[in-house]
Design a protein around this ligand. Structure first.
Ligand SMILES: [Zn+2]
Length: 92
């Protein structure tokens, strides 16, 4: 399916030590953000999935892939994302 959803612990360019978003240790498990090209940890991925714009970001990616664009850079990180991330972390 869409390559963005595959766990990228094999590809060397995805093998970052620290999450591009939260700077936490990835422990070798990373995935590409749906919103932009950041390589993020699985925790950040779970947070991302709770964002109201997640579905439209997935949809946008899907449309691009259908058109043959496998390098879609994403719709961009929503403006409220920082606050959103904080509010999610407080609930945990
Ligand atoms: Zn993270």
């Amino acid at each position: 399916m869409i390559n963005r959803f595959i766990l990228n612990d094999v590809k060397s360019n995805m093998n970052v030590k620290n999450c591009n978003r939260c700077s936490g240790e990835t422990k070798g498990k990373t995935i590409l953000s749906i919103f932009n090209e950041q390589v993020i940890c699985l925790e950040c991925k779970e947070t991302e999935k709770k964002h109201p714009k997640y579905d439209s970001a997935v949809q946008a990616e899907y449309e691009q892939v259908k058109k043959g664009n496998y390098n879609f850079e994403g719709i961009g990180l929503p403006d409220d994302y920082d606050n959103f991330m904080k509010s999610i972390k407080q609930k945990i």
